[in-house]
Ligand binder design. Structure first.
Ligand code: CS2
Length: 517
């Protein structure tokens, strides 16, 4: 059997009429110029912001919102997209229907180790107006005080590059013959802003699209703290003034479930399109983007693609992070421990679904103020319905990763609010107990991988499953004492600690009766 042709502008142009399930790109790729730099060109960005940008630009007939995607540690995504002229498909899967939307808004991909200069020059260009980010919670490299972690060698390295940029010092060539390579997303962003400032170009906005409370404010504080760490001097002071006057950091709430792409997905897309797409992403039909309307310069007409522009994102952000993301984590940790491979299987387990509803109703909804037009009980049901989508192979393992980063953002703020209100959130204590059980299970011989930036510290703190079973209070006390995860108002709460210990019994009962998933 001959190998399928690879998706590209050329093969797409020659394609005979693709089936009705295929939506062709709305923009002609080679007419697009760069207007946005996106840090973290992973599956979620390609399934979410890049789709909104494609639709917004098409609605306005604008060709200047092309996206330069910036990868992370490896150039894997560059190798997936560049041979395809950066075209890719979004395989949209509901319970009953599958559609393939082809997207052309991503125009190039840069790998910082090789292409930092390209990113810096693009950020500094007067035709570039925005940087957007999906670098995951751990990508922000925050110290406990919310500033960038200057103890990290990569941050110190990038600070020197920013200083050189401001002073116009020549930079030695990088590992691959390109300009000196930045090593962190925030460091590379600030380096580009420094050149933008030096070039006398203004008006820029940095739009975080990560699952964090006040993600715009978080990003602003990190950028400002990095600029504040520059060696004293007139250029640094002028740069800081320019940042304050010319750059805004709107917050956003993003929502679309985008599981990792499987070989079966790629085969399904090939069947629909007739071309091989190595950059395919998968997503549910639902998508939402709520954006704080605080832009220093032009932006795509995202509202024409269905985004909501608002003065205050916080209510939307709280509802989504605290309801959807917290319940996702509960189902992931409890589901994995109960033998469920997917979220759909876990939420299909009546015991787990009932526990999830109880956590939402008892501990989460009392802390929320519904944004206009949203019924929180209906939202709860819609979230569980989305989780149940049998067509999405969203694994519990994928959602279970990075627990040390996700707990503070999506669960512990709610715990703190309930404790402050004089209530002990036993449902959320179950979430924490499930996470501790999940960490303990990873220490067992042949146990699952613990995918977490501080995995080794977590595993040494939890000890073992046996220790957790035989000395639950001591183990829970050690875990709640981890300052990188638990704020003092939660970690020091005896009532919450006792609730977590008590909920370990529920976790062990569920784990004992392993379901198949
Ligand atoms: C998930 C999120 O992996 C996870 O932690 O909870 O990626 C979730 O799928 C998205 O936030 C949905 O919008």
């Amino acid at each position: 059997m001959t190998a399928a042709l690879r998706l590209s502008s050329e093969t797409l142009a020659r394609l005979q009429r693709p089936g009705t399930a295929v939506e062709l790109p709305l923009l002609t790729a080679d007419e697009l110029s760069l207007g946005i730099v996106h840090f973290g060109i992973g599956a979620f960005h390609r399934a979410h912001q890049a789709v909104y940008t494609e639709r917004a630009a098409a609605a306005e007939g604008e060709t200047h919102w092309g996206i330069l995607g910036v990868t992370g540690r490896t150039d894997a995504v560059a190798l997936q997209l560049q041979p395809q002229d950066c075209l890719y498909g979004v395989l949209e899967k509901s319970a009953s229907d599958t559609r393939l939307q082809l997207v052309s808004s991503v125009r190039d991909v840069a790998w910082p180790r090789r292409d930092s200069e390209q990113v810096v020059a693009t950020l500094a260009a007067s035709t570039t107006h925005l940087a957007t980010l999906t670098i995951t919670e751990k990508g922000y490299l925050r110290a406990p005080d919310g500033r960038i972690d200057l103890s990290l060698p990569a941050v110190v390295h990038d600070l020197a590059l920013i200083d050189a940029e401001l002073s116009g010092a020549a930079l030695e060539s990088g590992a691959d013959g390109g300009g000196a390579a930045s090593q962190t997303p925030i460091g590379l962003l600030v380096r580009g802003l420094a050149r933008r400032h030096r070039n006398g170009v203004g008006a820029f906005s940095v739009v975080s699209c990560d699952n964090m409370v006040d993600n715009g404010g978080v990003t602003r504080r990190l950028v400002e703290s990095l600029a504040a760490a520059l060696p004293a001097g007139a250029e640094a002071a002028a740069f800081r003034r320019w940042l304050a006057a010319s750059v805004t950091f709107p917050s956003t709430m993003v929502d679309r479930i985008a599981p990792a792409t499987t070989d079966a997905d790629r085969a399904e897309a090939l069947e629909l399109l007739g071309l091989q797409d190595d950059a395919l992403v998968v997503a549910e039909p639902f998508s939402q983007w709520v954006i704080e309307d605080d832009f220093a310069g032009p932006r795509p007409a995202w509202q024409k693609a269905g985004a909501i522009l608002t003065e205050d994102v916080a209510p939307y952000e709280m509802v989504k992070l605290r309801t959807l993301n917290a319940t996702h984590s509960l189902l992931a940790w409890l589901g994995a421990l109960s033998g469920h491979r997917t979220i759909a299987s876990a939420v299909g387990d009546e015991r787990l679904r009932a526990l999830a509803v109880g956590v939402i109703d008892d501990d989460i909804l009392p802390t929320l103020t519904a944004p206009a037009g949203i019924d929180l009980a209906e939202y709860r049901d819609s979230v569980l319905e989305r989780f149940a989508n049998p067509s999405l192979a969203h694994t519990t393992a994928q959602v279970a990763m990075d627990g040390s980063q996700k707990l503070p953002v999506r669960i512990l703020g709610t715990v703190a609010d309930r404790l402050a209100a004089g209530a002990t959130p036993r449902g959320l204590a179950l979430v924490v107990a499930a996470w501790i059980g999940y960490v303990a299970a990873s220490t067992a011989p042949g146990g699952h991988t613990l995918d977490d930036p501080i995995a080794a510290q977590l595993q040494s703190t939890v000890g073992s499953e046996t220790e957790l079973r035989e000395h639950p209070d001591a183990v829970v006390g050690r875990m709640l004492a981890l300052p990188a995860v638990f704020p003092a108002e939660v970690g020091d709460s005896l009532a919450f600690r006792e609730a977590v210990v008590a909920q370990l019994v529920t976790v062990q009962q569920l784990t004992g009766s392993r379901a198949t998933g």
